[in-house]
Each structure stands twice: as structure tokens, then as C-alpha cells.
Design a binder for this molecule. Structure first.
Ligand code: FE2
Ligand code: FE2
Length: 259
């Protein structure tokens, strides 16, 4: 497991990972170059949520067109909280799917022998300070959303038959990669309830977004690398980059591409 921008090597699948494109916030045409560069450097483009700024289907369609005009590699995504803003989630998903972009919501796919399990995730905080389902119904409902997302992640991972599994989330499963954001909002940026399925299924790596001001790397308690690939995090390190390339070993017994 490493991150690099090297050429393809036998037995290695290169994943270009990014998040928080917020289509509509930036100029039209911005994303064609990202997709072209990703296709030149990687085998798969992964987008970890907040594809749109306002969650409108027209934003998703316009972004999808820009990406698929220049990307010649599979694109796998999960939605983020911004993609829910206009209550058009089914249309956002359809707009992306019609262009061949795979949107995972508690689902999985296999590409070049690597399994991708994805879901949005949710907040609630980390470790012993995480919000618990106690007291008012609205608090229990909030916690239940994180529990439901963790179950969706577990279901997606359980369906994979590949040795190498990559988890794609919008919200963070560990505190380390949201640190750097204001302390007051850390519990809204992720939930350690997402971490248990990652440990149980032995993921090779986890990618997430959402924490625009967070840190680029952390680890699960089982030692799997966690990458915060939010676009502002990537560009803060290197303004010329718009994705991070993660290399994972391919499972040679798996299918070549069925996404
Ligand atoms: Fe975002
Ligand atoms: Fe977000």
C-alpha cells in the first residue's frame, strides 16, 4: 500500500482519489483537466462525496459530463451532505449513473480485482466522546443515522469477494483526519461507528472527504491507512494537484472489470 504518481506496475491498481468538488462553486470546465490527469495517472477515479454544491440534478449532470468527456477510466463515487441539499438524491444519482459513473450507497463493485465498498457515512463524533442514543428522540434519530450508515458499509464490505478492499466514505471514520478543523465542529465531520466494519473486513485503505480543513492521513485502530482526499486538503499540500494517487495490490483472481 503506497501513494505515488508512478506508471502502472503489474499487480498494482492505481486509484486517483478526490472529494468535495462542489460543482457550481467553481467555473464550468474546471473538471475536464482533473479527469484527463486522473486517466493519465491512474486506473480508477474515486470521488468521495460533495460532487455538487447545492445537490441539484443539473449540477450532477454538468459535472458528470465534464468528467466523462475526458476520463477514460471507471469513476466510482459516494454522495456527500451537499448532494442531499436540494432533496433531489434519486435524480442526482440517475444523472451520474446515466453517464456511467458508479454511485455507491451501501453497495460495492469490483474493478481490476479491487473491491470498492461505499456509503456516505454520517457524524456523531469519535471514541468515548461519541454521541450516544440516549434522551430525546431527535438525539436517538441522529445516532441511528450513523448506525445505519455503518451497517450499510458493513453490507457493502461483506459482499466483496476480492482480497483487496477499499472503503469510500464522505464522512471520516477516525478523528485523526478531521483534526485541524475547528474543535467545535469535529463531531459533525465523522463517526467512529464507521470504523468497526473497516477493521472487521480488513480494508486495505479508506478514503473520505468532508473535512476541508482536516489532515491528509490517519489510520484505523487496526492500522489501515485513512486518507482525507478533500480537494482543499490536497491543494493545500500541492496547489498543482487535484487528486491523490493511492496504489493497492490487485487481486489477480478477481474479475478484470465489472463496474
Ligand atoms: Fe464538502
Ligand atoms: Fe461535506
Amino acid at each position: 500500500m503506497s501513494t505515488a504518481t508512478s506508471n502502472a506496475r503489474p499487480g498494482v491498481v492505481r486509484i486517483a482519489a478526490t472529494a468535495d468538488l462542489h460543482y457550481g462553486r467553481y467555473s464550468p470546465g474546471t473538471w475536464r483537466q482533473l479527469a484527463a490527469d486522473a486517466a493519465a495517472e491512474a486506473d480508477v477515479l474515486v470521488i468521495c462525496g460533495d460532487l455538487t454544491d447545492d445537490g441539484r440534478a443539473d449540477e450532477a449532470r454538468a459535472l458528470g459530463r465534464e468528467l466523462t468527456q475526458t476520463a477514460t477510466i471507471p469513476i466510482v463515487a459516494v454522495l456527500g451532505n451537499h448532494d442531499f441539499e436540494s432533496d433531489q438524491v434519486p435524480d442526482v444519482r440517475s444523472a451520474l449513473a446515466e453517464l456511467g459513473i458508479v454511485v455507491l450507497d451501501g453497495e460495492s463493485c469490483e474493478i481490476r480485482g479491487v473491491g470498492f465498498a461505499g456509503t456516505k457515512g454520517f457524524g456523531g463524533g469519535f471514541g468515548s466522546r461519541a454521541l450516544s442514543a440516549w434522551g430525546e428522540p431527535i438525539v436517538k434519530q441522529f445516532v441511528q443515522e450513523a448506525v445505519t450508515e455503518a451497517l450499510k458499509l458493513e453490507t457493502a464490505l461483506a459482499r466483496l469477494r476480492t482480497r483487496t478492499k477499499l472503503a469510500i466514505l464522505h464522512y471520516a471514520p477516525v478523528r485523526a483526519t478531521v483534526e485541524g478543523e475547528a474543535e467545535d465542529i469535529l463531531p459533525f465531520l465523522g463517526s467512529s461507528r464507521l470504523e468497526e466494519p473497516l477493521n472487521r473486513y480488513g480494508v486495505a485503505a479508506v478514503c473520505h472527504g468532508h473535512a476541508h480543513g482536516g489532515r491528509p492521513e490517519g489510520h484505523t485502530s487496526a492500522g489501515a491507512p485513512v486518507y482525507n482526499v478533500s480537494l482543499p486538503v490536497i491543494t493545500r499540500i500541492d496547489p498543482s494537484r487535484r487528486f491523490r494517487v493511492i496504489e493497492v495490490e490487485t487481486d489477480l483472481s478477481g474479475p478484470i472489470a465489472d463496474a
